[in-house]
Every structure is written in structure tokens, then in C-alpha cells.
Design a protein around this ligand. Structure first.
Ligand code: PGA
Length: 251
């Protein structure tokens, strides 16, 4: 069964007290939502422990924004998947375009990170998406197909239940410019085909594929109405509980 998910990627925003307050507001407002949508928040590493406390007993799940590519040891500044799982993280985001662009995150690294995250009990929200230049060059289907295959095709069929894909066109992230519902839908359908080619129709049909990139209360309904768009990965609008919940209420 395909799950509908709205996940908030807080990126490097909020102090710890601000983040705890935001989490409290999200938990409170989430009570008004119907049970058909799963909510996830992804605060910075520093916020995970106190936010986990706030989320306890609520219907909001916790995610990290990244994890290390090693199990443990001498990797100064890194945070291992087992550490995140032990804090109560259910998910980690991996392969966000900001990590690919600014921190040299390659597909090869993502293969390692995804395997480790899954092996340590985390579900993975794997981000894919083309840049503006790639879209202008008409390469968007190719780029997204390659990024998806690079990680997914290294997995076992049973891993897929613990993977969520987020399609985030880089040109739409934080720019206020959203992909149209039709532009997003055709890429989502393409991703589902890529999954079907290797893992079969049932696995492809079960996969949750989120859209991300300037998703907000005013455009969420139209995006989520598409048959292959199963929710959103929300950046800016996730920093206001009211907007985040309004997006989740758009289903
Ligand atoms: P945005 O970010 O909603 O601020 O565009 C989305 C994301 O990068 O996950």
C-alpha cells in the first residue's frame, strides 16, 4: 500500500529552543489532520534529541537530514546511522541537492549511505532532481533516471518498503518557482517506470514519491492531485507550523 507523506526539511534553520517550539506547534496542529497522511520533520542534528521528546506519542515521525557513510570510528564531525536510530529517528533524508552541490555527495557515496542507513533501521528519503541547466538541455528525464537507478538498483526488493523517493528539481528549491503539476507528474511517472523495470509493477505502485521545491499551501492541492505524487518534501514552508499542516491537509 502506497503511503502519503508530508515531510518538513528544516535545513540549517532555527535554534534549538525555536525548533522545539516549532515541533510542539506541529504536533498540536497535526491532531486536526485525518489519518491518511504521515507527517515527518527533519530538524538539524543538534535538535533531534529534544524534538524526539516532543514527538513522543504523537503522529509525527522524526528524520535526520543526512548520515555518515561509515558505521563508527574516527570520522570527526560525522553522525552515524546507528546514532540516529538510537535517538528515535525513523528516517534520514539522503542525497538532497544541497548536499550533492555543496558537500560533494556523489551517487557512489549515496549507495554506501543508503545501505548503512537501511542496515541500521532507518528508512531513507532519497532525493533526486535535475538542475536548471540540465532541464534547459532537455536532460531532466535522463538525470533523474540515472540518479534513481544509481542507488535503487543496488538494493534488494525487500529494501524498497523502507525507501521514499523525493523528486526535487533544483531550479524549484527555495526559489519560489514550483514545477507545474504536469511537469512534476511526468517525472514521477518516469521514476515509477524505472522502479517497475527492475522490481516489478507492484513494487513501483507501492513506492511513495514526494515532490519538493517551493511546495506551499497554495500549490500543494494541485500537485498532490496527480496520480504519481504522493506528498511533499517541504523546505521553507515547513518552518511555519500553520503552512506545513495546511500542506498536509491538501490531500
Ligand atoms: P523549498 O525546499 O520547499 O524551500 O523549496 C525544498 C527542499 O529543498 O527540500
Amino acid at each position: 500500500m502506497r503511503k502519503y507523506i508530508v515531510a518538513g526539511n528544516w535545513k540549517m534553520n532555527t535554534t534549538v529552543p525555536e525548533g522545539v517550539q516549532l515541533a510542539k506547534e506541529v504536533v498540536e496542529k497535526a491532531k486536526e489532520l485525518p489519518a491518511n497522511v504521515k507527517l515527518v520533520v527533519a530538524p538539524p542534528f543538534t535538535h533531534l534529541a529534544p524534538v524526539a521528546e516532543v514527538l513522543k506519542g504523537s503522529k509525527v515521525a522524526l528524520s535526520a537530514q543526512n548520515c555518515a557513510d561509515h558505521v563508527k570510528g574516527a570520522y570527526t564531525g560525522e553522525v552515524a546511522p546507528a546514532m540516529l536510530a538510537s535517538l528515535g529517528c525513523e528516517y534520514t533524508i539522503l542525497g538532497h541537492s544541497e548536499r550533492r552541490q555543496y558537500y560533494g555527495e556523489t551517487d557512489e557515496k549515496l549507495v554506501v549511505k543508503t545501505r548503512l542507513a537501511l542496515d541500521h533501521g532507518l528508512k531513507v528519503i532519497l532525493c533526486v532532481g535535475e538542475s536548471l541547466d540540465e532541464r534547459k538541455a532537455g536532460k531532466h528525464f535522463q538525470v533523474v533516471t540515472e540518479q534513481t537507478k544509481a542507488v535503487l538498483y543496488t538494493l534488494n526488493p525487500e529494501d524498497l518498503a523502507n525507501i521514499v523517493i523525493a523528486y526535487e528539481p533544483v531550479w524549484a528549491i527555495g526559489t519560489g518557482e514550483t514545477a507545474t503539476a504536469a511537469q512534476a507528474e511526468e517525472i514521477h511517472a518516469c521514476i515509477r517506470n524505472v522502479i517497475e523495470e527492475k522490481f516489478g509493477a507492484a513494487a513501483a505502485d507501492d513506492m511513495t514519491i514526494l515532490y519538493g521545491g517551493s511546495c506551499k499551501p497554495s500549490n500543494a492541492k494541485e500537485l498532490f492531485a496527480e496520480k504519481d505524487i504522493d506528498g511533499g518534501l517541504i523546505g521553507g514552508a515547513a518552518l511555519k507550523a500553520e503552512d506545513f499542516i495546511a500542506i498536509a491537509a491538501s490531500f
